[in-house]
Ligand binder design. Structure first.
Ligand code: SF4
Length: 398
């Protein structure tokens, strides 16, 4: 099955690893929402308490933008109660609200000429009959589910995530994907993504990781990309950590876009995850009105390293059907880089990247610091101080 097939599957044929449905009451008054302790109950129960529409969340937040119900035809809304607690009650420009609540700007995105359902050309690079995207040599992206704890409005994979059950990735897809990975000995790096692989139960994740390790011993680097720690930190449990450690998952990349998402609860669960010995990275998306600000990025990256998470990539936002209005111009991206590099610790600075249209791959965005001009090599630092280093020229006598 390829991604196009994922997009057209009938709900009844789906057997996605959607979170187990548990019947739980949602919080429709602010007092009960704020009194709720996310550590007091199982993470799956919290999924059942998610807000599904702007009408629902308007019961606990003020100034929620009214959008037509047709908005949800393009992309569902899901917000965990934990995230709702973090949202500013009154400010519609709260960086967490902007990431998760639908906006009228989305209908403008849908009409823009350059927006695409599959900007990165993943469907084209999906191995037929599987949910494996094989674009680069020696490494693959393994989409294991179409489900997430909450849906980010700018999601690059919005064409397959959301709409529970309609675009399921089932056992047959996982089996075919496993057969492909097992049969291609040159694959040495597998990134589990989706959707969010941590919506799997511990048992299901244990089984899948175990299959990769036993059926594809040539895989040297096993990674998981997940936003669940940020949307529902209590998903990180000792049992989950045991599974990650058991299968030697070498890297878990989380996804934080603003320091407001870094709470004491997240910090404590990240500490738990670090004890597994896995590397922790953070991938952020550059989003207009949310984090396109030098101080916001400096704080975000330093807050990440302070909890032992290495900023890995800062992505330019993709031109998805509903999220193009978040895009920051390239010139501003370069200014932001200049405002970060040199001004905060080196290991806190991620690679700024643009993902090439149609599947060209990731390209770093870096201002020029070293130039060859009129036969001289001219270097400048982050404070615009300059020095000539002509001994670096071709043929220079050293
Ligand atoms: S968690 Fe990831 S896959 Fe899910 S909606 Fe957000 S960006 Fe998309």
């Amino acid at each position: 099955m390829n991604i196009e097939a994922l997009q057209t599957r009938h709900p009844s044929s789906g057997e996605d690893a959607a979170p187990r449905v548990v019947s739980c009451r949602k919080f429709y008054d602010r007092e009960s929402l704020m009194a709720y302790d996310p550590e007091s109950e199982d993470w799956q129960k919290q999924l059942a308490r998610r807000y599904d529409t702007h009408f629902e969340i308007a019961q606990v937040l003020n100034n929620v933008e009214d959008v037509p119900m047709s908005t949800y035809e393009t992309f569902d809304m899901k917000v965990t109660p934990y995230l709702a607690q973090l949202m500013d009650r009154d400010d519609p420009n709260c960086p967490i609200r902007l990431q998760y609540l639908p906006s009228m700007k989305e209908s403008l995105s849908v009409r823009m000429e350059h927006t695409l359902a599959d900007e990165l050309g993943e469907a084209e690079h999906t191995v037929p009959g599987t949910s494996v995207v094989h674009r680069y040599p020696r490494r693959v992206l393994f989409l294991v589910t179409t489900q997430c704890a909450s849906f980010c409005r700018y999601c690059t994979r919005s064409r397959i995530v959301s709409h529970s059950g309609e675009r399921a990735i089932g056992r047959a897809d996982l089996d075919a994907s496993m057969a492909y990975i097992a049969g291609n000995k040159e694959i040495e790096d597998v990134l589990l993504s989706g959707g969010d692989p941590l919506v799997f139960t511990d048992r299901k994740l244990d089984e899948l990781l175990g299959r990769i390790r036993s059926e594809a011993p040539h895989v040297r680097f096993l990674r998981i990309g997940s936003r669940l720690p940020v949307q529902l930190p209590t998903r990180i449990t000792p049992e989950l950590c045991a599974v990650i450690e058991k299968h030697d998952v070498q890297m878990v990349n989380i996804h934080i876009n603003h320091s407001k998402e870094i709470t004491p609860l997240l910090r404590s669960r990240i500490r738990m995850l670090r004890r597994t010995g896995t590397m922790l990275g953070n991938q952020s998306v550059l989003l207009k009105g949310i984090n396109d600000d030098v101080q916001v990025l400096r704080d975000l990256f330093m807050d990440c390293v302070s909890m032992g998470v290495r900023p890995y990539y800062l992505y330019q936002n993709d031109q998805t059907l509903q999220g193009a209005h978040f895009t920051v111009p390239l010139s501003r991206m370069l200014e932001l880089y200049e405002g970060v590099r040199g001004w905060i610790s080196g290991p806190a600075v991620p690679t700024f990247v643009i993902d090439g249209l149609g599947g060209l791959g990731k390209m770093p965005v870096i201002p020029t610091y070293v130039e060859e001009r009129e036969g001289h090599i001219e270097c400048r630092n982050y404070k615009q101080e300059r020095v000539r280093m002509d001994y670096l020229r071709d043929g220079a006598k050293i």
